[in-house]
Design a protein around this ligand. Structure first.
Ligand code: HEM
Length: 139
């Protein structure tokens, strides 16, 4: 699958100045729609919000570098095992991220942009699931 890198980069550049608002909206929505996930996270979410934004920025900065993305995102996925995260949680987070981006982007959120972000998240999820497969095969 080829990602719409230019569209992802330019839309993220537009939204980056409002990254704190994106993180607020993301976790508000995640916990409102999936209250059972709240207990997995620390009570004080300020550090986690910063980590989410940094991770998104890292992904967008490395969209053209498949090997960097594979390495960093695969390792991130394996670390998530220890946080109690299951594969079934990834689509929930993906839907929540897309909805939050859409809210923030407002009128700029076109079906094309939504598809670009859905493809990007799908690619991340695939990298993570492959890393989890390798991890469990090695265990
Ligand atoms: C591609 C999707 C995701 C990204 C980019 C991401 C990003 C991150 C980052 C950067 C951290 C900081 C710790 C570390 O780097 O190891 C983290 C921690 C964490 N994430 Fe994710 N995450 C993703 C998916 C998920 C999913 C699906 C869940 C399930 C609800 C989840 C729950 C958590 C939890 C519980 C922590 C640890 C919080 C703590 O105890 O400090 N993440 N995530």
């Amino acid at each position: 699958m080829s990602l719409n890198v230019e569209m992802l980069e330019s839309s993220f550049a537009l939204l980056a100045p409002r990254a704190d608002e994106l993180a607020d909206r993301f976790y508000d929505r995640l916990f409102r729609e999936n209250p059972q996930l709240r207990a997995m996270f620390p009570e004080d979410m300020s550090g986690q919000k910063k980590k989410l934004i940094s991770a998104l920025a890292l992904v967008v900065a490395n969209l053209r570098k498949g090997d960097v993305l594979n390495e960093a995102v695969g390792a991130l996925g394996v670390r998530h095992i220890d946080y109690g995260v299951k594969r079934e949680h990834y689509p929930i987070v993906g839907r929540t991220l897309l909805a939050s981006l859409g809210e923030l982007a407002g009128d700029l959120w076109t079906p094309e942009l939504e598809a670009a972000w859905a493809d990007a998240y799908g690619a991340l999820q695939a990298i993570i699931f492959e890393a989890l497969d390798r991890h469990s095969a090695a265990a």
